[in-house]
Design a protein around this ligand. Structure first.
Ligand code: AMP
Length: 491
């Protein structure tokens, strides 16, 4: 039986047509049938159990079908993949007039995981269309297999920028019939130092292409890229970070040391309301060590990080998807883009270095309209990171204690620096710690936060990437040793 799912997001979508601004919302009750998508694509949407378009789909699909370039701010979890993939497939339903074997649609993504997700979305939504051939080109896979894949006709090419540029430079890709270029999670590609590669790839494609840019935020750097690569784009904004987090209850546990973290984690994992969890650690080695120790304690746990081969990563993710794994211990990059509905909890064993990663981490729970719980452990050393996170999300994280596992550590008074007048928050949650202002909860209480709404980016640093370019955002390369490619036919 197909169960209809709907993303809970009643946030307004904003479209900026050049200088004009329109505010619209889901009250319009647009249905997929009204969007004029090809009937075989509609059939696949019905098979997927979607009952109505999400705000980003409702706004982006008509603009894309009308042939406009689009710049959209939308997070993962808003249905952004279908927002670009459905119009892309709609194009493919009409044969190309150019005789070539090259891709008609190119999607660039920052990570392998996201590329794999986009590829499976293409297969899912294109399954009733005849002969849609989807190829993923990611780093790490032997060149001969990729060369073979690229020598055959390709309709949709999903790639991470680094390896794709190698193939372009070797003259292995014919872009003469390319109609659509999608930059997915452009902000992340910028942070990772891929933006020069993205610009070179765009330069290798026909100017007549339709270009789409999706990003978590449309800040000035992204606007700049948009101005260079897009032609009179329609701008669409949906689902702010805050709106995306509203279905996720965030909790903070102050901790004394690693052994305290381990005891808290063991306690949380024994909660029967926890169906599946992702536990984030700071390093790959910590992910391995923690996964081993959890397995030894009897938890169904496994690690996921960038040093694992793609085959092992895929195997672990498949296990997670099929419910064969209850606890995934992961690093940021490896876990990015994971979309598994059963994840009820995200646990930050170590806080992320970057506030933005906190949002990506906790977004692994509360998928497709479900609610989720995000628990973070913080010690005295984490005060600055905590402040950055709370500034970035505009939300204070309520601190909780578990009876018997109280911290000896007393966090410094003074709060996170969040505005005192944050609605519904300041009067309830003072960051100055005392046993009285912490919530005592059983492992999975249902206390839900009321969130403030100010937010701002609190970090930005320059660095030099592996290619010697200076890039913004102090990120390390997303790629570990093992890289792999995937390929499948949708029919
Ligand atoms: P994305 O933002 O593309 O990562 O999508 C998040 C999740 O929403 C995925 O699991 C999709 O299958 C699901 N999804 C996409 N569009 C819809 C829709 N219109 N109704 C319900 N679920 C959707």
């Amino acid at each position: 039986m197909v169960t209809a799912r709907k993303i809970a997001c009643d946030c307004p979508a904003r479209i900026l047509h050049d200088s004009a601004v329109f505010f619209t919302s889901q009250e319009n009750n647009v249905s997929f049938e009204n969007l004029n998508l090809h009937p075989l694509i509609l059939k696949a949407i019905i098979d997927s159990g979607y009952t109505s378009p999400t705000p980003i789909q409702e706004k982006a699909i008509p603009e894309l079908l009308a042939g406009h370039d689009v710049m959209a701010s939308a997070q993962t979890g808003t249905g952004k993949t279908a927002a670009f993939m459905l119009p892309a497939l709609h194009r493919l339903a009409t044969p190309s007039r150019t005789h070539s074997r090259g891709p008609r649609v190119l999607v660039l993504t920052p990570t392998r995981e996201l590329a794999l997700q986009v590829s499976s979305a293409a297969a899912k939504y294109g399954k009733h269309l005849p002969r849609v051939r989807v190829v993923s080109i990611l780093g790490g896979m032997p060149y001969p297999l990729q060369n073979k894949l690229l020598s055959q006709p390709v309709d949709i090419l999903v790639a991470t920028p680094g390896r794709l540029i190698d193939h372009i430079q070797r003259g292995r890709i014919d872009f003469s019939r390319l109609e659509m270029l999608v930059l997915d999670e452009a902000d992340r590609m910028l942070d990772m130092g891929f933006i020069d590669d993205v610009a070179s790839i765009a330069a290798a494609t026909p100017e007549s292409r339709q270009t789409l840019l999706f990003s978590a935020t449309l800040d000035s750097e992204i606007e700049n890229i948009g101005t260079q690569l897009l032609n009179a784009p329609r701008r669409i904004q949906v689902a702010s970070q805050k709106a995306r987090l509203d279905n996720i209850e965030q909790r903070l546990h102050y901790v004394d040391d690693v052994s305290h973290k381990n005891r808290l984690l063991d306690h949380l994992l024994r909660d029967i309301t926890l169906k599946q969890a992702i536990v984030f650690t700071a390093t790959k080695r910590d992910a391995d060590t923690l996964a081993d120790s959890l397995s030894a304690q009897g938890h169904e746990a496994a690690a996921l990080h960038g040093d694992m081969s793609q085959r092992d990563r895929n195997r672990t993710l498949t296990q997670l998807r099929h419910g064969g794994l209850r606890v995934l211990v992961a690093t940021d990059v490896a876990a990015r883009g994971i979309d598994v509905a059963g994840i009820t909890h995200v646990i930050n064993f170590d806080l992320p270095k970057f506030a933005e990663d906190y949002v990506h981490r906790i977004g692994r729970t509360g998928r497709a309209g479900a609610s989720g719980i995000a628990v973070s452990f913080a010690s005295g050393k984490d005060n600055v990171s905590l402040k950055k996170i709370e500034h970035f999300t505009g939300q204070r994280i309520a601190s909780h204690v578990i009876p018997g596992l109280e911290p000896r550590f007393k966090p410094r008074a003074g709060g996170s620096g969040m505005p005192r007048n944050t609605p519904n928050v300041a009067h309830k949650r003072s960051r100055s710690w005392s046993p009285d202002n912490q919530r005592h909860v059983p492992a999975a209480g249902s206390a839900r936060g009321d969130w403030g709404d100010s937010r701002g980016r609190s970090f930005s640093a320059n660095r030099t990437d592996a290619r010697g370019n200076t890039v913004t955002g102090n990120r390390s390369s997303p790629f570990g040793n093992g890289r792999a490619d995937t390929y499948f036919r949708s029919k």
